[in-house]
Design a protein around this ligand. Structure first.
Ligand code: SF4
Length: 976
């Protein structure tokens, strides 16, 4: 491909010509299109090469995600690619774990070591392999590989990141906040954002906020800290951490009290009119009453009779008591919901102090929401047809919208808080409508999701694959993964009574459980891109000990650790075998609709990465290595009948030719239609030339929906037919939003003693308390067990806009922006303790202590301290200088966060997680601050021994120079 980005014009400047200065230089001699991987956003980029080297990165303005916008991280991909921390060859540990002593080995030997060990495990007990991946974007492949291996012990990092957000959304609206949906940026008039990190869905949100600002729409940011997005909000609501649910319920209280709810929307698109059985003590109390076909009943106001909810000829009642044929009472779920949130415990006056807000502000925000939703309704002159064939003349929108992320998710009450935001949206009639919150394809999906977790005891057999994917969505207690004695099937205890809806697993518990042998011992921990000995673990210092701890026989308690990473991250030193990955500019990747999609609400999209440059080291893309190991193991789906590899061309071969179901592969674009070789999108036979088609189209595929399919996707006939064709939904019938969750009620009933599957006594109260069909608010679990007078402050981390987790602080350009972190304290709070800017303090939690330097600021909740996440590095890791600011002045809050809750009465310690989903409760942390002695000022604590550079990793230059070779010379021969 030749450079098409030639300067459109040349500056005319006499002096420039005289000095031979080219004011519009060419950016390179070749341009290639791929997908950025400097954060999870996955923008389209143009990479300019000069003499075969990466010269410049630019946003691709044809790409649906970023439309040409590129952030600082994206530009700095050059320094990620040329990082001196890159690993260069497979490594075998030769010293003690943690010592950093490795020898370089050839790939054949590395693959032989891995395969021999994994073969033995698979023939003995496949669950002895625990395979967990970090922030990779290939879970459609890695998850499938794990199920072919036969282990239930698979998950990615969602359990410590955002499973509350995902699960609450998928069980409620069939979609989710985060990158799975977005506000209708072009039409929304009032936007509320809860607890967003600035590095997620980064460019789309920045572009969207720009649109809001331009139109003068109001932007309210609810966040204890006023940085990043919050800094440009029209109103900052500096809420106390962990109380967002209460605030939302107070908004619902106000809307219900004022009668400002969209009844028509609730009746048409939610289960608000479905009849709930009122028979306390009965095994079906709180469940929906259903007819003989299993359809929930509604009360027909026209016929004055119970009818199936699918009856579209009537108007259902939203309140009242009705009788079933057996004489029992039923009421619409809306009535139960309204009674709950109209209770005075949710009145603004009752919650304001707990939330750290003014009651009048809560009332005003509720009134503003109601005003915009109902007085500023918008109509689009677009005809559409609903699922039942009813023709609609226009699309009506309530232009208020919401978005939320980790600030909500990372609390132990986060699942219910996330669900509460979705209920608020439903009351306002603002999901999937013009101006509201919109879900991105292939979502919305059916509620409940149809894929259940796999890994029942009889699914796990030596030498056998699982019958389905390990991760899924339980819909009743029978779906939990328990052994006959009630113990966990999975090493992370996902899908047990402790965390029943743990649909992303609990990666933060894997090392602890594997070390302890609870629920059992494993043999091999296979990790990919997960910095578990540092910023990705709670209780980091102790995790380091667990990784090196030995049993009485002198063997490591976690016997074997295989790790793949492109860089010398802190985790490398703790592995026994390293499989070095490539950088994102050197490999194939697949951004699939089966995984975390890059679609928009009005289009479906997927994309690839491909090698822009060949690696100059002996490294291989992890996905290809995984497929290679799978073929050597003879895993089903990876070998032909004669035992030869099914995808000899490696990962690109797999991307193009693997089918998950007939006609459904990893990429939706340019599939084959017929034997003549015509193409079709979405579903069709695999096309061996598919990747070439992607390359011709700048590495992405994009399918724009017709305008009449763009909104109301949960009930839009045309959209549902398309989604059904693609395989996203199993039927073309409406996806009804679950305002009231019968699934949660089924677990509650089990806790109350009903049904065949009941929790053990130790978990019974927990299930009864935290499984509720409607959102509840409770004090975060750790907080409720902490002396709050002793530990008065909340402590949070945030990720800066210019870094993505730990990836950025080894990047020479991004390090120039931030190479150490402070603890930020509210100015007044600090002053009361006599603390001034740049003082050193101890941050003490009930669990541990760290020493850090502080900065004072005004835009933070007075009860909250915070810092940037993952800037702190271990000395020597990432090939940084041993005295780099990242290790001497940077720090991790992780050391003071425990992965376990304090012991309860009988001594049992649950994981520090949401009791519904198992989401890591990073943000429940409580601390106190004590001024450090002057002689303690100088460096952060704890400090760790310097990690030695492994074999093959050259010392990084003192000054990292980039681009000198691209400089041209003027007539005088001087470089310029
Ligand atoms: S937002 Fe993320 S994916 Fe997009 S350019 Fe920036 S770093 Fe790359």
């Amino acid at each position: 491909m030749t450079v098409e980005q030639k300067p459109a014009f040349k500056f005319r400047d006499a002096h420039a010509e005289e000095d031979n200065v080219d004011l519009s230089p060419s950016l390179g001699d070749e341009v290639k299109y791929t997908t950025c991987y400097m954060c999870a956003c996955r923008c389209g980029i143009r990479v300019y090469l000069k003499d075969g080297k990466v010269r410049y990165i630019q946003g691709n303005n044809n790409h649906p995600i970023n439309k040409g916008v590129l952030c600082g991280k994206g530009s700095s991909g050059i320094m990620q690619h040329y990082s001196p921390a890159r690993l260069s060859k497979p490594l075998k540990r030769v010293g003690e774990r943690g010592s950093g002593e490795f020898e370089e080995i050839e790939w054949d030997e590395a693959l032989e070591i891995a395969t021999t060990r994994l073969k033995k495990i698979r023939e003995d007990d496949p669950s002895k392999l625990a395979f967990f991946t970090g922030r990779d974007q290939s879970q459609a492949t890695t998850g499938w590989w794990a199920s072919m291996f036969g282990t239930p012990n698979y998950a990615a990092h969602g359990g410590f990141c955002s499973v509350n957000m995902a699960a609450a959304g998928l069980y409620t609206i069939g979609g989710a906040f985060w990158e799975f949906g977005e506000p209708d940026w072009g039409l929304t008039k009032y936007f509320m954002m809860f607890g967003m990190a600035e590095d997620h869905d980064s460019n789309p949100i920045k572009i969207g906020l720009g649109k809001l600002k331009k139109r003068g729409a109001k932007f309210v940011s609810v966040n204890p800290i006023r940085t990043g997005y919050s800094a440009i909000a029209d109103e900052w609501v500096g809420i106390r951490p962990g109380t967002d649910g209460l605030f939302i319920m107070a908004l619902m209280h106000e809307l219900l009290k004022a009668g400002k709810v969209d009844q028509q929307y609730l009746v048409r698109y939610t289960n608000a009119p479905w009849m709930v059985i009122q028979d306390p003590g009965a095994s079906d109390h709180g469940m929906f009453a259903r007819d003989e076909n299993g359809d929930p009943y509604i009360w027909s106001t026209k016929d004055e009779a119970l009818k199936a909810s699918t009856d579209i000829t009537t108007t259902p009642a939203l309140k009242g008591e009705y009788k079933l044929a057996d004489g029992r009472t039923v009421v619409p779920s809306f009535q139960i919901m309204a009674e709950r949130y109209l209770d005075e415990q949710y009145a603004p006056d009752a919650v304001a102090e707990k939330c750290g807000l003014q009651a009048d502000d809560i009332r005003r925000i509720a009134a503003e929401l109601a005003h915009v939703a109902f007085e500023e309704e918008i109509e689009l002159d677009i005809k559409w047809v609903d699922w039942a064939g009813r023709k609609q003349d226009k699309m009506v929108g309530r232009p208020v919208s919401f978005h939320a992320m980790r600030g909500i998710s990372a609390h132990s009450n986060g699942f219910h808080t996330c669900r509460a935001i979705h209920l608020l949206q439903m009351l306002l009639g603002s999901v999937e409508v013009p101006g509201g919150f919109r879900i991105k394809a292939p979502f919305p999906k059916p509620i409940p999701p149809t894929n259940k977790p796999t890994g029942k005891v009889d699914h796990i057999k030596p030498g056998t694959h699982l019958p389905g994917m390990a991760l899924g969505f339980p819909t009743e207690p029978a779906d939990l993964l328990l052994k006959e004695d009630g113990s966990a099937v999975r090493i992370d205890k996902a899908y047990t009574w402790e965390h029943p809806l743990a649909s992303h697993g609990l990666m933060h518990m894997v090392i602890h459980n594997a070390w302890k042998g609870d629920p059992y011992k494993i043999d091999t921990l296979l990790l990919f891109m997960a910095n578990m000995s540092w910023n990705s673990s709670m209780n980091t210092s102790k995790v380091i000990e667990m990784l090196t701890d030995k049993d009485e026989d002198g063997e490591y308690k976690i016997p074997n650790i295989i790790y793949s990473d492109a860089y010398y991250s802190e985790m490398v030193a703790y592995a026994d075998l390293i499989l070095p990955d490539t950088t994102y500019l050197e490999r194939f990747d697949c951004i699939s609709l089966l995984d975390r999609p890059i679609s928009s609400p009005h289009s479906a999209a997927d994309a690839i990465r491909y090698p822009i440059v060949e690696p100059d080291r002996d490294v291989r893309g992890f996905q290809g290595v995984l497929l290679d190991i799978g073929a050597r193991l003879g895993l089903p789906g990876l070998v032909n009948d004669d035992g030869t590899p099914k995808y000899p061309g490696g990962y690109p071969d797999y991307i193009a030719n693997h089918e998950r179901q007939p006609g459904v592969g990893l990429l939706a674009g340019w599939r084959l239609q017929d034997e003549d070789g015509d193409h079709m999108d979405c579903r069709g036979p695999a096309n061996p030339n598919q990747l070439e088609k992607y390359l011709e189209n700048q590495s992405f595929w994009h399918h724009e929906f017709l305008p009449e399919h763009t909104y109301y996707k949960m009930a839009n006939k045309g959209y549902l037919e398309w989604a059904h064709e693609l395989g996203c939904v199993v039927t073309k019938t409406q996806i009804v939003f679950h305002m009231y969750s019968e699934i949660l009620q089924s677990f509650k009933l089990a806790g109350e003693g009903h049904g065949e599957h009941q929790p053990p006594e130790k978990d019974r109260e927990r299930i009864k308390t935290y499984f509720d069909p409607l959102p509840i608010w409770y004090q975060p679990l750790e907080e409720a067990m902490t002396d709050l007078d002793e530990y008065p402050l909340h402590a949070l981390t945030q990720r800066p806009m210019h870094m993505y987790h730990s990836w950025g602080s080894q990047n020479a350009w991004l390090r120039q922006i931030t190479n150490m972190n402070y603890l930020y304290i509210n100015r007044e709070t600090a002053t009361k303790q006599g603390i001034v800017d740049e003082d050193w303090v101890w941050v003490i939690s009930p669990h541990n202590r760290i020493k850090v330097q502080v900065k004072l600021m005004d835009g933070v909740n007075p009860n909250t301290v915070w810092t940037w996440n993952a800037i702190g590095k271990r000395s020597g890791a990432w090939n940084l200088d041993k005295d780099a600011p990242e290790s001497k002045k940077g720090f991790l809050l992780n050391h003071v966060i425990s992965e376990l809750l304090p012991p309860r009465g009988d001594g049992y310690r649950y994981s520090n997680s949401d009791p519904v989903t198992g989401q890591a409760a990073w943000f429940d942390l409580r601390v106190k601050i004590e001024k450090a002695d002057p002689e303690e000022a100088a460096e952060t604590w704890p400090q760790f021994d310097e990690t030695k550079r492994p074999a093959g990793l050259k010392k990084a230059p003192d000054i990292l120079r980039y681009g000198a070779e691209f400089k041209t010379r003027n007539k005088k021969g001087e470089q310029k």
